[in-house]
Design a protein around this ligand. Sequence first.
Ligand SMILES: *[C@@H]1O[C@H](CO)[C@@H](O)[C@H](O)[C@H]1NC(C)=O
Ligand SMILES: *[C@@H]1O[C@H](CO)[C@@H](O)[C@H](O)[C@H]1NC(C)=O
Ligand SMILES: *[C@@H]1O[C@H](CO)[C@@H](O)[C@H](O)[C@H]1NC(C)=O
Ligand SMILES: *[C@@H]1O[C@H](CO)[C@@H](O)[C@H](O)[C@H]1NC(C)=O
Ligand SMILES: *[C@@H]1O[C@H](CO)[C@@H](O)[C@H](O)[C@H]1NC(C)=O
Ligand SMILES: *[C@@H]1O[C@H](CO)[C@@H](O)[C@H](O)[C@H]1NC(C)=O
Ligand SMILES: *[C@@H]1O[C@H](CO)[C@@H](O)[C@H](O)[C@H]1NC(C)=O
Ligand SMILES: *[C@@H]1O[C@H](CO)[C@@H](O)[C@H](O)[C@H]1NC(C)=O
Ligand SMILES: *[C@@H]1O[C@H](CO)[C@@H](O)[C@H](O)[C@H]1NC(C)=O
Ligand SMILES: *[C@@H]1O[C@H](CO)[C@@H](O)[C@H](O)[C@H]1NC(C)=O
Ligand SMILES: *[C@@H]1O[C@H](CO)[C@@H](O)[C@H](O)[C@H]1NC(C)=O
Ligand SMILES: *[C@@H]1O[C@H](CO)[C@@H](O)[C@H](O)[C@H]1NC(C)=O
Length: 758
Amino acid sequence: MKILLPFSWFLLIQIISVSWVSSQCLNDERSLLLQLKDSLIFDSSSSTKLVHWNLNVDCCNWNGIACDSSGHVISLELDNESINGGIENSTTLFSFQYLERLNLANNFFDTQIPEQLVNLMRLAYLNLSNAGFIGQIPPEISKIRSLVSLDLSGEFNLKLEDPNLEILVQNLTSLKELYLDGVEISNHTNDWWGSLSQFLPNLRNLSLQNCDLSGSLNPTLTQLQSLSVLRLDGNNLSTTFPDFFANFKNLTVLTLSYCDLQGSFPETIFQVPSLQYLDLSNNMLLKGKIPEFPFRGSFRTIILRFSSFSGSLPDSISNLSMLSTIDLSICNFSGSIPYTIANLKELSYMDFSWNLFFGSIPVFRTSKKLAYIDLSHNSLNGSFLSANFEGLSNLSYFNLGYNSLTGSIPWSLFSLPSLNTVWLSDNKFSFQVDEFSTMNSYNLETLDLSSNELQGSIPQSLFKLERLIYLSLSFNFFNGTIELEKFQNLRNLTTLDLSYNNLSVVIFRLTLERGKLPRPSAYAMYVDYSSNNFQETIPLGIGNVTSFVSLANNNLTGVIPTSLCNASDSFQVLDLSGNFLSGGIPPCLLQNVETLVVLNLGRNNISGNIPDTISANCGLKTLDLSENNLEGKIPTSLANCKLLEVMNVGNNYINDRFPCMMKNSSILRVLVLRSNKFHGDIRCPGIDQSWPNLQIIDIAFNSFSGNLFPKSIESWKGMTLNNNAQDHLTFNILDLNKFYYKDTVTKSRKVQMLYSIL
Ligand SMILES: *[C@@H]1O[C@H](CO)[C@@H](O)[C@H](O)[C@H]1NC(C)=O
Ligand SMILES: *[C@@H]1O[C@H](CO)[C@@H](O)[C@H](O)[C@H]1NC(C)=O
Ligand SMILES: *[C@@H]1O[C@H](CO)[C@@H](O)[C@H](O)[C@H]1NC(C)=O
Ligand SMILES: *[C@@H]1O[C@H](CO)[C@@H](O)[C@H](O)[C@H]1NC(C)=O
Ligand SMILES: *[C@@H]1O[C@H](CO)[C@@H](O)[C@H](O)[C@H]1NC(C)=O
Ligand SMILES: *[C@@H]1O[C@H](CO)[C@@H](O)[C@H](O)[C@H]1NC(C)=O
Ligand SMILES: *[C@@H]1O[C@H](CO)[C@@H](O)[C@H](O)[C@H]1NC(C)=O
Ligand SMILES: *[C@@H]1O[C@H](CO)[C@@H](O)[C@H](O)[C@H]1NC(C)=O
Ligand SMILES: *[C@@H]1O[C@H](CO)[C@@H](O)[C@H](O)[C@H]1NC(C)=O
Ligand SMILES: *[C@@H]1O[C@H](CO)[C@@H](O)[C@H](O)[C@H]1NC(C)=O
Ligand SMILES: *[C@@H]1O[C@H](CO)[C@@H](O)[C@H](O)[C@H]1NC(C)=O
Ligand SMILES: *[C@@H]1O[C@H](CO)[C@@H](O)[C@H](O)[C@H]1NC(C)=O
């Protein structure tokens, strides 16, 4: 029978139920909560929950609180509240007898996990991750038998020793989720896997990352039939990975990076129909091949980076219709990239760099979501066509560097709207279409076309890419005259590398006249114009904030302007070598060498004395004044340069004794005095202990007399032949690996030295 209630009744019932919900807060629960709030020490400026607890609102509706139908607090979520104390002796927190859910994650307690937690006998969900708790996990936790989910992950502050892992979980038989990432699990038995399988039959999510665990994956694990998530990253398991994992019907996530896995990874794991996320990265010794994929794969993410996987990729990869991320970088994959990969509609990230792939680039017809493509450091060949990337409106990062691609660059690439970074360096791209007429990729910030065979003048439309931060055109055949002023349109440019082309420049004189700075933009930090055809004199003030400036190997004439001295504050590298500069070294240039790491004025026509003005805080590591017309003595203030590694004054007219002022430069590796007028003994008091790292010393063609001091030569341990002497000394500049400064002293000089000294 159907009872029809009159409308007013209906309304009344609604009103009753609403008011019942809104008045469910029990008085004593409310005062407990307020007591709790009072006892906790928290930062109210970053609190989003406690700070809003307010008597005008039903306490069951307070942020972070949930009640059951009779008004008992069952859930307390005070995660990320900047709480830093007040819990140790709190009796309030542990008085919430009905509590089922407690989340104190992301706080700063800095104390042991309170034992009184054991009072919360209904607790099903306990989350203390990154809460700042320290020390041994108390045995009381193992008595909360109601726990279904336990998260004690953190940053290496907690440990499980006594009780150990087995004792902790012994009675927690209802656990479905266990997260102990970063907990130091020492003192476990060899069969800890066996214990887990035995005690926790319902386990679904298990995360034990960075727990210091070792040992093989025991077959008893197969008992964990419900296992869905297994994360063991960062444990040195030093073992093979067993194939019984292929039998887990519900396995969705398997991550094992940095586990020191060995042997061959079972191919069948790739065919587990439920598996969505697989990360085997950073297991250098782990071999494996990717098998054919079943018709309906669930994979969303596959990460094999930096392992020893090899073989080719099967065409059936296109069966993984949900695949969105695939990272196969730094492996040994070979063969061609299957064209079918271009059918993956969900694909957004693919990194195949540092492999042995050959053949041509796929035509990404339907992968419209692709945002990141890295195919660099392979052996891809053929040409690169607009069809390869047409329609990839989300493409942001595109790297084809270090391949063998030929033909011209399809400039329509630069009309993709989301493009941010393009690396096409180190290929054989040759033809240059007159203009990149369609270059309107206004979001482009990084463009590297270096080490190709591009010819002609620098395309004008480059100057429309206003957001550029990094631009390298080095090692090509660009010619003609560049107008440096135009680079000032690129207001955010920090790196400009035009080195090794055939460019000339006329604008210098103009900027001189107008007193403008010829640095490309206000933010420029790295400017390399070396090995071109720049003429004229060095412009006044190369720039204030420029850290790296090279004008080496051009045809510059005139003197070194003193305006450079003001700028040298911020310089780390100043390279003017290989020009036709004349006049003297401005004394102020050496006065301000606190930040300057490399000063290279070699191969010019510089004359006069080396100014004795080097400041007390000298930070120089390389000083190269070779192949000039310098005379006089080595300045005694060079003693201030205690960090000096390379000192080259060869091929000058310096008339001095052995440079003993440098005996405190204890990390000196290269000393070249060749072809000068040095004279006297090759020894200084104490020098036999001073230069343990010396690798090259060239004193040939001087007028040294007296005995060679064998003891000093013996002590130069850096010179032994099995020393891993490098051809070039490199310095990182600006903490960016890409930028380094190659010193010009090569190994062949070392051989010369051996001749000349013995
Ligand atoms: C935690 O709080 C900080 C501010 O205190 C906030 O920036 C951050 O996003 C919060 N994190 C979470 C997971 O809510
Ligand atoms: C907690 O109680 C113990 C013992 O009574 C005491 O030593 C400790 O100082 C108290 N801690 C705080 C933060 O009040
Ligand atoms: C624990 O809480 C943190 C912060 O709210 C959250 O990121 C994490 O996923 C939680 N853990 C579990 C198992 O729910
Ligand atoms: C290791 O754990 C067991 C079981 O909890 C305990 O009896 C033993 O004392 C622990 N050993 C150490 C060194 O803590
Ligand atoms: C687990 O339960 C058994 C039986 O109740 C008990 O004897 C044992 O002490 C408990 N273990 C722990 C660690 O609490
Ligand atoms: C696997 O997952 C399904 C769906 O979540 C569930 O119904 C089934 O019970 C799970 N199997 C096992 C062995 O836990
Ligand atoms: C536990 O695993 C399931 C997948 O099986 C996932 O949906 C859930 O988010 C995981 N829980 C946590 C807290 O990560
Ligand atoms: C991992 O453990 C093995 C054997 O115990 C050891 O040889 C290896 O050096 C360890 N690797 C790391 C990275 O600690
Ligand atoms: C330059 O960089 C600033 C700060 O990142 C940004 O706000 C500005 O839009 C950029 N200018 C151009 C032309 O991209
Ligand atoms: C630049 O190179 C191109 C092709 O090599 C040549 O045709 C042209 O004459 C050169 N221009 C200049 C100014 O040298
Ligand atoms: C150069 O640096 C000086 C002192 O730091 C500053 O006053 C001047 O404005 C800077 N010039 C430019 C063009 O940035
Ligand atoms: C640069 O100088 C060299 C050596 O003097 C000379 O052969 C060359 O013609 C000069 N280049 C230009 C463009 O003047």
